[in-house]
Design a protein around this ligand. Structure first.
Ligand code: AMP
Length: 187
């Protein structure tokens, strides 16, 4: 059973790598960012509430993502394992996840921290914004997302270091090298 949490700054390559690994393991890749972007695109009540925060580079309120994760982890496909990408994003979300996993009798087996220097992350995100047109990949919002990451998400590295098996992987290598390092880490 593979149940993983991916940590790392925006642009560290979490989404790409989590998706590849999830496909190779036949388990769902659960990205709160992807779910929220789909909700914004479809103008659902969740999307309407989330959009202003996402465009500003801020985290959406915890209650919105917590409900979403509670439901998603209880879907049939998530009973075979999962990779969480972009959740938890702060200490309250991490505390919620701990309690939820106990309630549903699941356990996260590794927390992967994809480590990439800030300058590289900014370059990658600016490029992604040009290529994909993602509205939060402009330089001002990117800087804010990095600050939010440093203030709210990076403290989870220490939180998981004491709790679970945290593995830090150098994300500043070729995509194939990162994929290989990840496969070795979860083998
Ligand atoms: P991501 O695709 O993970 O970089 O997320 C894009 C945006 O979605 C973030 O900048 C937040 O506004 C929002 N978001 C994604 N996941 C979360 C989360 N776990 N908690 C709060 N906001 C989130």
């Amino acid at each position: 059973m593979t149940r993983l949490i991916f940590l790392g700054a925006p642009g560290a390559g979490k989404g790409t790598q989590a998706k590849l690994l999830a496909e190779s393991q036949g388990i769902p890749h659960i990205s709160t960012g992807d779910i929220l972007r789909a909700a914004v695109a479809h103008q659902t009540p969740l999307g309407v509430k989330a959009k202003q925060y996402m465009d500003a580079g801020e985290l959406v309120p915890d209650s919105l993502v917590i409900d979403l994760i509670r439901e998603r982890l209880q879907e049939p496909d998530a009973q075979k394992g999962w990779i969480l990408d972009g959740f938890p994003r702060n200490e309250p979300q991490a505390g919620f996840l701990d309690t939820l996993l106990q309630e549903i009798h699941q356990e996260c087996d590794r927390v992967i921290n994809l480590d990439v220097p800030d300058e590289v992350v900014v370059q990658r995100l600016v490029k992604r914004g040009e290529d994909s047109g993602r509205s939060d990949d402009n330089e001002a919002t990117i800087r804010r997302r990095l600050d939010v990451y440093r203030e709210q998400t990076a403290p989870l590295i220490a939180f998981y270091q004491t709790k679970n098996a945290l593995v830090t992987i150098d994300g500043n290598q070729s995509m194939d090298a990162v994929t290989a390092a990840l496969k070795a880490a979860v083998a």
